[in-house]
Design a protein around this ligand. Structure first.
Ligand code: AMP
Length: 249
């Protein structure tokens, strides 16, 4: 069985994001990039499936400009077998990502496709659901546990106030939640080995998909600045301020 994992290159979550002065988006020039954390969890899960013998091959796919090959290499260094790069400079919105992934999936015929529950750059949380709908496949979103059986998968999902376990038919699109696993770090020998693993290049045109944006971004603004706090000397002073300044008691 083949597992396909989507990996998106995003601004490193440890970097402080800055909004562009013209409010057209966030600054990405000279900013450290990394694999979307939910996709690292997806790669880890796929590799564990192969290690457990339930999967034979793990394919990592990324959509974007030439630099997304670094993200694919990271997946290969973690243990994925090969990569597919859908090369485009276009701004890829979730619907376009879902259509492009669908085209690759129709060629590759995996039984399990793993995406992150959301990309931490746009926080859309849409691609997995759209992809399952376009393919007409089962979907299991926000997975915190995946157990593969014969032609089916049992997936535990994090929902408000608890866990829900569902059984789905294969093929299935699964999206990862934070507690699914803890992704491994790539070891130096594996980083070296990953350099020799193949990355196939394709494009939206090759796949017959028009990736043009369907949504218009109006503006991006910084959240309002929080006012600095103050230290009070006594409890009496605190009570006085709560009563007379904040007027909350
Ligand atoms: P989103 O719907 O944008 O929050 O993204 C959800 C998931 O879809 C991500 O965690 C990725 O697994 C996948 N995805 C979205 N955009 C891309 C992309 N450009 N390349 C690869 N995977 C993507």
């Amino acid at each position: 069985m083949k597992v396909l994992v989507a990996v998106k290159r995003v601004i490193d979550p440890n970097v402080k994001v800055r909004v562009k002065a013209d409010e057209s988006g966030v600054e990405t020039a000279n900013v450290k990039m990394a694999m979307n954390p939910f996709d690292e969890i997806g790669v880890e899960e796929a590799i564990r499936m192969r290690e457990a013998g339930t999967a034979e091959e793990v394919v990592a796919v990324s959509i974007g400009a030439q630099q997304v090959q670094e993200t694919i290499r990271t997946a290969l260094a973690m243990g994925a077998d090969r990569g597919i790069h859908i090369n485009t400079d276009a701004d890829i919105q979730p619907l376009a990502a879902a259509k492009l992934l669908k085209a690759v999936i129709e060629k590759e015929q995996p039984q399990v496709v793993i995406l992150g529950k959301q990309a931490v750059d746009d926080d859309a949380g849409q691609t997995g659901q759209m992809l399952a709908a376009l393919l007409g496949w089962s979907q299991a979103t926000f997975a915190s546990k995946i157990a593969l059986g014969d032609g089916e998968a049992e997936v535990t999902r994090e929902i408000d106030g608890g866990l829900e376990t569902i059984k789905t038919q294969l093929p299935v699109v699964v999206t990862t939640d934070l507690r699914l696993n803890e992704p491994r770090y790539a070891s130096l020998p594996n980083i070296m080995k990953a350099k020799k693993k193949p990355i196939e290049e394709t494009s939206p045109a090759d796949l017959g998909v028009d990736p043009a944006p369907r949504l218009t971004l109006v503006k991006v603004v910084e959240p309002p600045k929080r006012q600095a706090g103050i230290k009070v000397e006594t409890v009496a002073e605190l009570v006085d301020k709560l009563k007379n300044e904040a007027k909350v008691i």
